[in-house]
Design a protein around this ligand. Structure first.
Ligand SMILES: [Zn+2]
Length: 388
C-alpha cells in the first residue's frame, strides 16, 4: 500500500527534461530506484543510442531527481547526470534527501596475475570506470569515504584514492604497465575491482600461454550478412577455426564461442570469454552496408574497438590484414558493440571484408584466402603482445 502511494506521488510530480526544458522537483526530493538486473546500462542521455556511462549490477540503488516518459535522471554529482530506462528499475521510495552510504573497508591485494581492490560498503550504488592513459579511475557515487573511519588494509604503491567531491570515492589505479584487462564484480556488501597484470611475454613466441577466445559472429537462424549464395555465419566459422589452429600452433590457449552452426546469444559469448579468463577476445565478422549509399565508398577490412586499452591490438591486426589481403583500408573504428565492450579481455571485432561486394565475397569464400586472413590476425596479435 505504501508503495502505491509513493508511486502515485512520483507520477504526480511534473518532471520533464532533456529535449524539453528542465523542471525542478521543487524542494529536494529523490526517487529511490533499485536496479532489477545485472549489466543494466546507465547512459549519458535519455535515449537508447546514448553513450553508456556504466553498467550497473542488480540491486544497485540510484537516486533520481527528475523523470520523463521513459527515463529517470540520476544525479551522480553536481555536474554529472546519468539516465536510466524506467523498465530497468523499481521505485522503492520517495525521500527528501539523498541517502549516503558508508565505505567501511578497503583492502588491496597483489596476486600472481592481478591487482585486486575490495571495497566494502553498506549497499550498492552507481559507479563509473574510466581509462586515462595507463591509469584507471574508479568512482563510486553516494558513498561517504572517510579516510579516518574507513579501514584501509595492505595498501601498496599501485593505488591512490581520494574523496573528490563529497559522497564520492575515487580510486586511481596507477599502472606503470599498459592496461591488459580489468573488471568489477559485486558481492552483497561491495565490490571487487581486478586489474590484470601483463604476463611475461616471450618475444620469439609472444602467444605462448596467452588465452584467446575466438568468436565466430552469428550462427543458427541468424545468418548475418548474405550475398551471392554466401552466408556470413559460415565464413565467420571457417575463418575462426583456421584462426584457432594458427594461434594454437604458436602456443596460445584458444576457445571458440561456437564450434558449430548454432545460435549463440551475444551475452553468452561475453560470459564465455569471462569464464575462460580470456586475455584477448576476437570477434570475426564479414561486413555489409548499413546504408546502400555507401556502395561506392565502403570496401575492405575494418577493425573495431571500444575501450582505449584495445586500440593497439585493433591497429596491429588492421595493419597486418591490409598488408596480407590488399583490401581497401576501412580503418580502425571506435564502436560500441557487445563484443567490443568487455573490459576483462583486450576485445576487438574484425570485419574481414564486405560480403556484399562480389570481388571481396569471392575471396572471403576461398579457403586459401581465409588462411591468409587468419594468419594476418595472428601476426597482429603477436605484434601487439611484443609491444606491451
Ligand atoms: Zn556480422
Amino acid at each position: 500500500m505504501e508503495k502505491i502511494i509513493l508511486l502515485l506521488f512520483i507520477l504526480l510530480i511534473p518532471f520533464s527534461f532533456a529535449s524539453s526544458q528542465y523542471k525542478n522537483v521543487g524542494i529536494a526530493k529523490y526517487a529511490v530506484l533499485e536496479v532489477k538486473n545485472d549489466n543494466t546500462p546507465l547512459r549519458d542521455n535519455d535515449n537508447e543510442n546514448a553513450n553508456r556511462l556504466a553498467h550497473l549490477f542488480k540491486n544497485a540503488v540510484l537516486f533520481a531527481d527528475k523523470e520523463n516518459k521513459d527515463y529517470y535522471r540520476v544525479e551522480l554529482n553536481e555536474k554529472l547526470y546519468g539516465f536510466i530506462n524506467k523498465k530497468f528499475v523499481d521505485v522503492q521510495a520517495i525521500i527528501p534527501e539523498k541517502r549516503v552510504d558508508n565505505i567501511n573497508k578497503i583492502t588491496f591485494k597483489e596476486t600472481k596475475d592481478n591487482f585486486d581492490v575490495k571495497i566494502e560498503t553498506d549497499s550498492q550504488s552507481a559507479f563509473i570506470v574510466e581509462e586515462e592513459g595507463n591509469n584507471l579511475n574508479f568512482t563510486l557515487y553516494d558513498n561517504h569515504f572517510d579516510p579516518i573511519d574507513t579501514k584501509i588494509v595492505n595498501k601498496t604503491d599501485n593505488f591512490a584514492f581520494s574523496e573528490k567531491i563529497s559522497n564520492e570515492l575515487e580510486i586511481n589505479f596507477l599502472n606503470n604497465q599498459k592496461l591488459f584487462g580489468y573488471d568489477v564484480v559485486h558481492f552483497s556488501k561491495g565490490y571487487i575491482f581486478t586489474i590484470k597484470k601483463i604476463p611475461k611475454i616471450n618475444k620469439k613466441k609472444p602467444l605462448k600461454n596467452i588465452t584467446v577466445v575466438v568468436d565466430p559472429g552469428h550462427g543458427g537462424a541468424e545468418a548475418g550478412a548474405c550475398a551471392f549464395g554466401l552466408e556470413e555465419k559460415n565464413i565467420n566459422l571457417k575463418i575462426s577455426k583456421l584462426l584457432k589452429r594458427e594461434l594454437e600452433k604458436r602456443g596460445a590457449k584458444v576457445y571458440l564461442t561456437r564450434k558449430k552452426d548454432v545460435k549463440t546469444g551475444l551475452y553468452d559469448r561475453v560470459q564465455f570469454s569471462k569464464e575462460k579468463n580470456a586475455d584477448i577476445l576476437l570477434s570475426i565478422h564479414q561486413n555489409s552496408l548499413a546504408n546502400p549509399k555507401d556502395i561506392v565508398n565502403k570496401h575492405g577490412v575494418g577493425t573495431y574497438y571500444y575501450h582505449n586499452q584495445s586500440k593497439p591490438l585493433a591497429q596491429a591486426i588492421q595493419n597486418n590484414l591490409i598488408k596480407a589481403t590488399n583490401f581497401k583500408d576501412d580503418k580502425v573504428n571506435h564502436a560500441s558493440f557487445a563484443l567490443t565492450r568487455p573490459t576483462n579481455a583486450i576485445s576487438v571485432l574484425i570485419e574481414c571484408g564486405y560480403i556484399i561486394r562480389k570481388e571481396e565475397a569471392q575471396k572471403l569464400a576461398d579457403k586459401n584466402f581465409q588462411k591468409i586472413v587468419a594468419r594476418a590476425i595472428v601476426k597482429g596479435c603477436e605484434d601487439y603482445l611484443r609491444d606491451l
